[in-house]
Design a protein around this ligand. Structure first.
Ligand code: GRF
Length: 235
């Protein structure tokens, strides 16, 4: 990943564009949490005109735009149109929250260090789809969700934070997905807030937290807050 231009000097609130293809419950968590001072959702973009996420945005008074891939000759052409639309709202940060299309390298590079994704697994475990079924099949005792910076490789960018949940005996993928989703919402909000506050940012392939490289992702506590590493002791 090229050296990140972030944190760019941004005035608060941090301006966020959200990409969502479907239900939009993570978007809703951001809409509910925005307080006008720390971060604000300034645009919602979907590749599906019938995505409920667009209705959630409209209900919150946020511009909601659908750009469907039909009619574009290539992924690159579609992504260029999408990025041009995103840029009209001048976001500081782009949040992929259930965006189901793979982004072209050019789109990812356009937002290097300024684009994050929420993924329903404890990355690097289970990139891609059907993560809940895979965690159950693997006999894992824990599953969860990760928020990470986006790089061209799928679900492989530097991890910011994770939320862990137990896998219970007899869980179905749907039951486990519901348990994870409940924790995704505070996880995503906490990560966006930490970025807005300048505590978290991308630097090359590192995530810096309070200016120090993060060895392991931050963890979401039961109180819905991220646990930050203790301050470094002065030598
Ligand atoms: C979430 O599980 C998210 O982690 C994944 O897609 C799902 C989107 O759910 N990337 P929603 O649309 O936010 O309700």
């Amino acid at each position: 990943m090229p050296h990140s231009p972030f944190p760019i000097p941004h005035s608060l609130p941090l301006r966020i564009a959200v990409l969502a293809s479907g239900r939009g419950s993570n978007l809703q968590a951001l809409l509910d949490a925005q307080d006008g001072s720390t971060f604000a959702v300034v645009g919602v973009f979907s590749d599906r005109a019938n995505a409920p996420a667009l209705d959630r945005a409209a209900a919150a008074g946020v511009p909601a735009i659908a750009i469907e891939p039909t009619g574009f000759a290539t992924r690159e052409a579609f992504d260029a149109a999408l990025c041009d639309a995103i840029d009209t709202c001048s976001p500081d940060l782009v949040v992929c929250a259930g965006y189901l299309r793979i982004l072209s390298d050019a789109a990812v590079e356009r937002y290097a260090g300024r684009m994050i994704n929420i993924h329903p697994s404890l990355l690097p475990k289970f990139p891609g789809l059907r993560t809940h079924a895979q965690a159950i099949a693997a006999g894992d005792a824990e599953h969860g969700a990760s928020v990470h910076y986006v790089i061209p490789a799928l679900d492989a960018g530097p991890r910011i934070a994770q939320a862990r949940v137990p896998v219970r005996p007899g869980d179905t993928p749907a039951q486990l997905a519901a348990r994870v989703l409940e924790r995704e919402h505070p996880l995503l909000v906490a990560c966006v807030r930490a970025i807005a506050e300048g505590r978290v940012f991308a630097s090359g392939s590192d995530v810096l937290v309070d200016s120090r490289p993060l060895a392991e992702p931050l963890l979401l506590g039961d109180d819905g807050r991220l646990t930050f590493p203790p301050e470094a002791t002065p030598p």
